[in-house]
Design a protein around this ligand. Structure first.
Ligand code: FMN
Length: 413
């Protein structure tokens, strides 16, 4: 007997062979692309957001992208100025119908954005008729040229609740509300979507950002014929912010809805982080734009191996395990204090920890010039562990618990 697939999930009553999906963007622009993604192994596709051209004709700015590079690391983030699809609705619906017919066992999610009640209802109905399994409501594009769409709607509780309700009344499909991170607290907006009937929440869409400035013309980039704007930022650089929002959503007892996680996911470890923080489903764009659909093979293999090694039979055993440990900082147990410990065998005497501690922390590292080794002055060390984070040798600096809070503070102040 073959073993049950450990990666399969049930999200809003829909079975996914694995949690990995394209997120709505150019990586799922039309049927041929989505078919190749399914063939590569993706469990689902969130198709590029549909809109009605009769209400608003999308004209994309050009150029559309700017990469955020840092040192020799390229594309640690990506800024885009793209709006929802500029393809005719007729063509997109034909593509959705073809995809469902050709790939009945893969999950097809239709992302939609209306500009008024009628639009939202019509798009939801059209998606259902075309064969979509779920609809995702795009309340979060940060650069729509339309003044009453995208993240402006996603920052307005009443609009989110109202449009979600309109969609719920228009379709039998499960509804996912996609949140904007361009807000301090996402939970109240997610609760508004829940009040409107949403079955799940997806987060995050892109974060409004400026990524670079041309030092000859002083024009921020992308330079769109002499102008620019703070627009949607995605990729590995946004992952920590996305993880925060996903855990906020999962930990909200009042919300209690499944979460589809998006934001900087490139590898199976990234995906696992989001599962541990409470996501049931995973969506990806920027990593596919950079490396192609094939990254899903490593995601499937890596996560399966991880689970097999630990005898974990189902993703349910992982979901939310780390989120439970996220507390308000006021709840930290501050009775336990640590100091750094340097392994003299591993220290290469580069002095990096010494400089960082001297100029950026508590002057607790002593450099023994004769031995070319650092030593920790435990009376000064406050256990911030900056030294560990800047040390180029893996595992050279660790820490131990001490009982000297009072003495230590007395020594410093
Ligand atoms: C070029 C580009 C176009 C996008 N278009 C859409 C869109 O049409 N609808 C939508 O809901 N999100 C859109 N997004 C946002 C992504 O779906 C995703 O939420 C975001 O990029 C974060 O995920 P990532 O870091 O994996 O890219 C777009 C992102 C990019 C980079």
């Amino acid at each position: 007997m073959s073993k049950p697939n450990p990666l399969q999930i049930n999200f809003c009553g829909v079975r996914f062979e694995n949690p990995f999906c394209l997120s709505s963007s150019p990586v799922g622009n039309h049927a041929e692309m989505c078919a190749r993604a399914y063939d590569a192994g993706w469990g689902g596709v969130v198709y590029k957001t549909l809109g009605l051209e009769k209400s608003f004709r999308v004209v994309m700015p050009s150029p559309r992208l700017n990469a955020y590079n840092y040192g020799d690391k390229r594309v640690i983030g990506l800024q885009n100025t793209e709006q929802i699809t500029d393809r005719p609705i007729r063509d997109n619906l034909r593509d959705l119908a073809w995809l469902k017919k050709s790939y009945p066992n893969k999950v097809l999610i239709s992302s939609i954005m209306g500009y008024d009640d009628e639009d939202w209802a019509e798009l939801a109905k059209m998606s259902e008729d075309a064969g979509a399994d779920l609809v995702e409501l795009n309340f979060s594009c940060p650069q729509m040229a339309h003044k009453h769409a995208g993240h402006r709607v996603g920052q307005d509780f009443h609009a989110v609740e109202m449009f979600t309700r309109v969609v719920k009344n228009a379709t039998r499909l499960p509804v996912i509300a996609k949140m904007t991170p361009n807000i301090t607290d996402m939970v109240p907006v997610a609760l508004a979507a829940k009040d409107g009937g949403a079955d799940a929440i997806s987060a995050i869409n892109t974060i409004k950002a400026i990524t670079n400035i041309d030092l000859d013309s002083f024009t921020p980039m992308p330079d769109i014929h002499g102008n620019s704007a703070a627009t949607g930022f995605s990729g590995p650089a946004v992952k920590p912010i996305a993880m925060r929002f996903v855990s906020d959503l999962y930990n909200s007892k009042q919300l209690n809805l499944p979460v589809s996680a998006i934001g900087g996911i490139e590898t199976w470890i990234d995906a696992l982080h989001f599962l541990l923080l409470g996501a049931t489903n995973i969506q990806v764009t920027t990593a596919i734009m950079r490396y192609g659909y094939r990254i899903v093979e490593d995601m499937i293999e890596g996560l399966t191996d991880f689970m097999n090694d630990r005898n974990i039979g189902s993703l349910d055993e992982l979901i939310g395990q780390a989120a439970r440990m996220i507390v308000d900082p006021s709840e930290f147990d501050t009775r336990h204090q640590v100091v750094a410990v340097v392994d003299p065998e591993k220290c290469i005497g580069c002095g990096q920890c010494f400089i960082s501690c001297r100029d950026g922390a508590n002057q607790a590292m002593k450099f023994n010039a004769a031995k070319r080794k650092v030593e920790v002055d435990e009376t000064r060390c406050v256990g911030c562990l900056l030294c560990k984070h800047v040390c180029p040798v893996w595992d050279c600096i660790s820490h131990k618990e001490v009982d000297t809070l009072t003495t230590r503070h007395a020594a410093i102040f």
